[in-house]
Ligand binder design. Structure first.
Ligand code: GLY
Length: 329
């Protein structure tokens, strides 16, 4: 249901194109920014890039682009990908000088025979395609890193990430239990169907805060953080990347929908496979959104604290996921 409890739940029937779905409460303001172009006949590819760029530019969002939290050594690295089909996808990881991984991933898709560029090669490719060099570490993120470094925090933490609709702060700065929510990380994941019925998806992240330098999570890996196939559907994941990487989670969800499987069942399969791990920790969170080409869609999470934003001709809604595997956690 919608988080304010008033609007009808759009999942009760299949969504009508155009349609836009994004992870987390900050996805709602990004959807609102991207919606007019999609509603006016823009492509799903343009819409998912626009949502990503909006979040990458927002210094309030502590898990994506500028404003994201750095690695153990205080260095930023950004990952992202974009996909419309197995033949139409691009990805970059470990960008250090450019703020817009999804835009650069789209350039990789459109201008190279490759799918993925990494590290300095990705930054140099971005330079060659006129992408501006920008600061990635915001003053607030640097301050958070200095604090983390000074405190040597213990490893007992709460569920992460956790969405309290605090303007993009998934680690809930200012909450009473700030210590519990520190070190959250996440992704803007977005799926769209345009008025021609074409699907696209994107995801973008600064990765896990305080990560070991060099760590890359699920978000830029096709089939892990994102998968889109016009014959099966689209799925995007957010949360602890290692959980979804280990089972090719977004690919698995799309495969479950191929031939008519319901998005709800696809998501449950992904969550149940993760739940079988015997090293699942109380702070691990994983959420997934799945969308079929016919507009049927669903969302689910391992634990409470995930929200998503849905936009269609009826307006923009902030929603709770319909499934939470461990609601008491
Ligand atoms: N889900 C984003 C990451 O783990 O990097």
């Amino acid at each position: 249901m919608s988080t304010d409890g008033t609007a009808p739940d759009p999942r009760e029937s299949a969504a009508k194109a155009p349609f836009l779905l994004s992870t987390w409460s900050f996805g709602q303001r990004a959807n609102e920014a991207a919606w007019p172009a999609l509603a006016a006949g823009g492509s799903a590819m343009e819409a998912v890039e626009a949502v990503s760029v909006f979040c990458e530019d927002d210094p309030e969002i502590d898990s994506v682009g500028y404003g994201g939290l750095p690695d153990r050594d205080g260095e930023m690295s950004l990952d992202g990908c974009i996909m419309a089909s197995p033949q139409q996808c691009g990805s970059v990881c470990a960008l250090r000088r450019h703020r817009h991984p999804v835009t650069i991933a789209r350039l990789v898709m459109e201008h190279t025979p490759h799918i993925m560029l990494a590290g300095s090669g990705a930054d140099e490719f971005a330079d060659a395609h006129g992408q501006p060099v920008e600061e990635l570490l915001s003053p607030r993120a640097r301050e958070a890193w200095l604090k983390w470094k000074a405190e040597h925090p213990d490893q007992a933490r709460g569920i992460r990430p956790f969405d309290r609709d605090r303007g993009g702060q998934l680690f809930a700065a200012g909450s009473n239990d700030e210590a519990r929510w520190k070190d959250k990380h996440d992704t803007i994941g977005v799926l769209a169907i345009d008025e021609r019925g074409k699907l696209a998806g994107a995801c973008s992240t600064s990765g896990m805060p305080w990560k070991v330098p060099g760590r890359v999570g699920d978000s830029p890996i096709i089939g892990h953080g994102l998968y889109v196939d016009p014959d099966g559907g689209a799925a995007v994941a957010t949360g602890t990347g290692e959980l979804v990487m280990a089972i090719c989670g977004s690919f698995l969800a799309v495969e479950m929908m191929r031939g008519g499987g319901m998005p709800r069942d696809a998501i449950m399969e992904v969550l149940n496979r993760i739940a079988r791990r015997d090293d699942l920790a109380s702070e691990h969170q994983l959420a997934i959104i799945a969308l079929r080409p016919d507009g049927h869609w669903a969302s689910g999470a391992l634990r409470p604290g995930f929200r998503l934003a849905a936009s269609d001709a009826g307006g923009h809604q902030l929603l709770e996921p319909e499934m939470v595997l461990f609601p008491e956690s």
